[in-house]
Design a protein around this ligand. Structure first.
Ligand code: B16
Ligand code: MG
Length: 212
């Protein structure tokens, strides 16, 4: 049975990865580090602090910054990123997502969000989707990030649906692994999962029921 669908945010509901990349690239270049789009792929689904650590490691500079420096640099990146989110609107919802969400609502399927982004509530507000999401799992309240299953388990609990009755939708490898490790069925957007679609446009309840 499908009773709940759990969405990832960046890469599934909207494409904020391009803004994360711009903001990280700017910060990295201030630190004398050059990153490209290929490297940015490895930051998808990774928390803010772990993303910065990965960037520093990439340049062999991980021992040059104190914990306080790391927090300050993350804040700086986030300010830049939030500035870029100011103009986000309904237009930025990825193709097919809104119709799919409406289809789920009509079928009384609960909707949860399992994003590691601390900006998720703000982003959903900007996309005018907050009222359609039943529960947003809080990434600050879970111990481990993706590929650990914590955020998916928190979302399932929040919508009050057993893990075996949930299906999660992800674009990142870390997110699919997170679902695998708690036996949640997965749909991947351009990433290998129990069921894979090339684009969000292809999502429909009928196709997802193949997993039942
Ligand atoms: P924030 P998701 C993730 O979103 C992004 O893919 C990742 O690039 C980002 O570092 C992370 O959120 C944290 O975001 O800085 O806004 O807290 O894919 O889990 O929705
Ligand atoms: Mg994602």
């Amino acid at each position: 049975m499908i009773k709940g669908i759990i969405f990832d945010l960046d890469g599934v509901i909207t494409n904020t990865a391009k803004y994360h990349f711009k903001a990280w690239k700017k910060l990295a270049s201030e630190l004398g580090i050059e990153i490209d789009e290929k490297f940015n792929e490895s930051l998808k689904g990774v928390s803010r602090i772990d993303s910065l650590k990965k960037i520093l490691e990439y340049a062999g500079k991980e021992n040059m910054y104190s914990q306080e420096d790391i927090v300050r640099l993350c804040d700086k990146k986030n300010e830049e990123y939030k500035e870029m989110l100011k103009n986000l609107s309904k237009e930025d919802i990825l193709p097919g997502i809104e119709n799919f969400i409406d289809e789920l609502k009509k079928n009384n399927i609960k909707i949860g969000l399992a994003s590691v982004s601390k900006n998720a509530p703000f982003i959903l507000e900007k996309l005018a989707l907050s009222c359609k999401i039943d529960y947003i799992a809080d990434p600050s309240a879970v111990k481990r990030g993706k590929p650990a299953p914590d955020i998916f388990l928190a979302a399932a609990e929040g919508i009050n649906v057993e893990v075996e009755d949930c299906i999660g939708i992800e674009d990142s490898k870390a997110g699919v692994e997170a679902m695998k490790s708690c036996n949640m069925r997965s749909v991947g957007i351009a990433t290998k999962a129990d069921l894979t679609f090339e684009s969000t446009e292809e999502l429909s309840l009928e196709k997802i029921r193949e997993l039942d």
